[in-house]
Design a protein around this ligand. Structure first.
Ligand SMILES: [Zn+2]
Length: 327
């Protein structure tokens, strides 16, 4: 059984028409073959509560007025400490800073305010999900984890969970295709949960894989014209490389690729139009590539291990000409 399809409101789509001209003027278009189109989208991920990255993203949204914005998880600070100079250390970052910024944009852009799709990532505490849902209810963004949406002629799917990592925070971890835990990683059944533990959750983590979740989410739907917002990258691509060269754990070499095999197999088999990924900050630096392809599927990575915001721009109907800028 697959997830129900949510139709984004007709009214919202109709009043979006005037922005066509708004997107065709201004700067930034035409670099490296990229042309700003009617359905220009932004993709950003792994902002990790950095106020300066959000400020840059909000400014770009206000300047360029994209059609849709995709936020790929790991969006919040790890704790409440200030993360950069000038960052006051918000007590409730998601509400007091992120939602407040989106509210400001919405009041300025009004009917031209973009669709904003959001998922959380493995570094975001599960209890924050209730704020994400509450902010969605106010119309500031669309919570996409485990759901699908009809947007123009494409379908948008969201999925936040990642395969086992070495990190202890396990709210958004799942076994990948089996109960295998790679060398150097900690099982999702160990580690720490910030959500309240429950027997149901324990069962779910023990017996559910990312592969099962994707089967349930997508069912037998035709995804050739679908966009997937994932936190995890696909295994063994330019998007999931880590600097583990020569490292051993218990005499076993650590894998240099740490993406999801379930996500990879899903892309190989189902060939969606476009997949968006974050999670592995170093990968673009190590492989020299922030995009990759499996068959006809274009795969883009917005995670970045420098101080800048990595902003990926793409046209919803021609993602092969995407560009990524560090700002
Ligand atoms: Zn991250």
């Amino acid at each position: 059984m697959r997830a129900p399809l949510y139709h984004l409101s007709r009214r919202a789509r109709d009043i979006r028409a005037p922005r066509k001209w708004a997107r065709e003027e201004g700067d930034g278009a035409g670099r490296r073959g990229y042309t700003r189109g009617v359905n220009q989208c932004f993709f950003a991920s792994d902002l990790h509560g950095r106020v300066d990255r959000y400020d840059k993203l909000f400014a770009a949204i206000e300047r360029e007025i994209p059609y849709a914005v995709f936020l790929g998880g790991d969006l919040l600070p790890h704790g409440f400490a200030p993360l950069s100079s000038g960052d006051p250390g918000y007590r409730n970052f998601i509400e007091d800073f992120v939602a407040a910024g989106l509210e400001r944009l919405q009041s300025r852009l009004r009917e031209r305010y973009p669709y904003v799709f959001v998922i959380l990532g493995n570094d975001d505490a599960k209890p924050e999900e209730s704020s994400v849902i509450e902010i969605a209810a106010r119309g500031l963004w669309i919570y996409a984890h485990g759901r699908r949406f009809d947007l123009e002629s494409v379908t948008v799917y969201g999925y936040a969970c990642v395969p086992p990592t070495p990190f202890m925070r396990k709210d958004w971890e799942r076994y990948d295709v089996s109960r295998y835990v790679p060398p150097g990683c900690v099982s999702p059944e160990e580690g720490r949960l910030l959500a309240a533990p429950s027997a149901a959750r324990a069962r779910e983590v023990r017996f559910t894989t990312i592969q099962d979740d994707l089967d349930r989410l997508v069912g037998d739907a035709d995804v050739r014209n679908a966009v997937f917002l994932f936190h995890a990258p696909p295994y063994d691509t330019a998007l999931d490389r880590v600097p583990h060269d020569g490292k051993m754990v218990d005499h076993v070499p650590m894998d240099l690729h740490v993406g999801s095999l379930a996500v990879r197999r899903f892309i190989e088999k189902r060939q969606p139009l476009l997949t968006l990924h974050g999670h592995i900050h170093e990968s673009a630096r190590l492989t020299g590539a922030w995009c990759d392809r499996i068959g006809r599927t274009m795969m883009l990575n917005a995670a970045h291990d420098g101080p800048e915001l990595a902003l990926v721009r793409f046209d919803l109907h021609d993602p092969s000409r995407a560009e990524r800028v560090l700002i």
